[in-house]
Ligand binder design. Structure first.
Ligand SMILES: Nc1nc2c(ncn2[C@@H]2O[C@H](COP(=O)(O)OP(=O)(O)OP(=O)(O)O)[C@@H](O)[C@H]2O)c(=O)[nH]1
Length: 337
């Protein structure tokens, strides 16, 4: 079976090497389940007793993307190409607070994770967003900022629904209205008034709250998010893409669903592979849509990335990178980690 899968993979990807990667930070308070989530995304299975992340752990998700001959932004002449999604699982422990910005480099997107049974973990996502926006550098940044000024697409995932459900049942007053409200709040659909400071800090109102209610973990949603990031980075000649996540209305508008934004990509990207493999990066010439982009900023010598290794300080140089946010540029240019 294994060799058959390999043969099929080879056929699906034209036997070619990977042609690009995007970097996604996975952040949130300690213990919310980031490592568990990443393991689920990459391996398709749960992990028992994950150890506390030390500094940062990088995993790689392999995705194949197909083109469509009807699309002007497609990669012409190829049916399938490989892309990699780097998932940077940042430790949520306070002991790494002072140094974790070292990992906020050349970010294409962010996954915020909170624990549905611990409301403060959702509130603190605002701090995470601000911290990343203030100290990070970004690849293919958006024209306008999201939560905390974050200039890249993001996804919010409420984890531990099982714990929240149990606690909700235990804490029920028995009043049906209370039960309903409690359930809705647990789902992130109706934040209580005292928990609304998020809306003050998130331009347009309800950034993470709105995102949280629309973007709970589901495999397809996460994969579509990754495809969106790939599209933004490697298909930048698609003029609809930059605004897709840049305005508060697109992500925060009432009734707006993450799926609405990216469904239209389905005709372009298909046949997602759930396999996770370590590959070497950027071994193909630039795609047509990449011609006007700055060179890939993330890759050397930070490649290949181990799927499971945990390490504290990746070594890479920012020298020469042009994809640096205005706020972060002065702080980061002299850093050679
Ligand atoms: N009940 C329940 N437990 C979960 C869930 N997800 C994760 N856990 C548990 O929560 C604990 C913390 O999970 P981790 O994935 O290590 O959390 P983390 O966010 O990576 O934590 P740090 O490494 O400290 O930043 C572990 O014991 C997990 O097994 C879930 O959905 N339900």
């Amino acid at each position: 079976m294994f060799w058959r899968d390999r043969e099929r993979d080879k056929k699906d990807t034209n036997g070619g090497p990977p042609c690009g990667q995007v970097r996604v930070l996975v952040v949130g308070d300690s213990g919310v389940g980031k490592t568990s989530l990443v393991h689920l995304i990459v391996n398709g299975s749960s992990i028992t007793r994950p150890s506390q992340t030390i500094g940062c752990t990088v995993s790689v998700k392999h995705i194949t993307c197909g083109n469509s001959s009807s699309s002007s932004s497609s990669i012409r002449g190829d049916s399938e190409r490989d892309f990699f999604v780097e998932l940077w699982d940042i430790s949520g422990h306070d002991r790494y607070k002072d140094c974790r910005s070292l990992f906020y480099s050349q970010i294409n997107g962010v996954i915020f994770v909170h624990d549905l049974s611990q409301r403060r973990t959702k509130t603190s996502l605002q701090k995470w967003a601000s911290e990343i926006a203030a100290t990070g550098t970004f690849s293919a940044p958006l024209g306008s900022g999201g939560p905390g000024g974050l200039p890249v697409p993001f996804l919010v995932i409420g984890n531990k629904a099982d714990v929240a459900a149990k606690e909700g049942t235990r804490g029920s007053s028995g009043n049906l209205v209370d039960v309903a409200r409690q359930w809705v709040e647990k789902q992130g659909l109706l934040p209580s008034s005292e928990e609304l400071p998020l809306t003050e800090s998130f331009p347009g109102g309800g950034g993470l709250i709105a995102a949280a209610k629309e973007a709970r973990y589901d495999k397809e949603g996460v994969i579509k998010f990754f495809r969106l990031l790939i599209r933004r980075r490697y298909f930048s000649d698609d003029s609809s893409t930059p605004s897709m996540w840049s305005s508060s209305s697109s992500i925060q508008g009432p009734g707006h669903r993450l799926d609405d934004d990216i469904n239209e990509e389905d005709h372009l990207y298909k046949n997602t592979s759930l396999a996770s493999n370590a590959y070497k990066y950027n071994t193909l010439p630039p795609l047509p849509a990449q011609r006007n982009l700055t060179p890939p900023p993330t890759l050397y010598p930070q490649q290949p990335v181990s799927v499971t290794e945990t390490y504290s300080f990746p070594r890479f140089s920012l020298a020469g990178s042009q994809e640096i946010s205005s706020t972060a540029r002065s702080k980061r240019l002299d850093i050679n980690v």
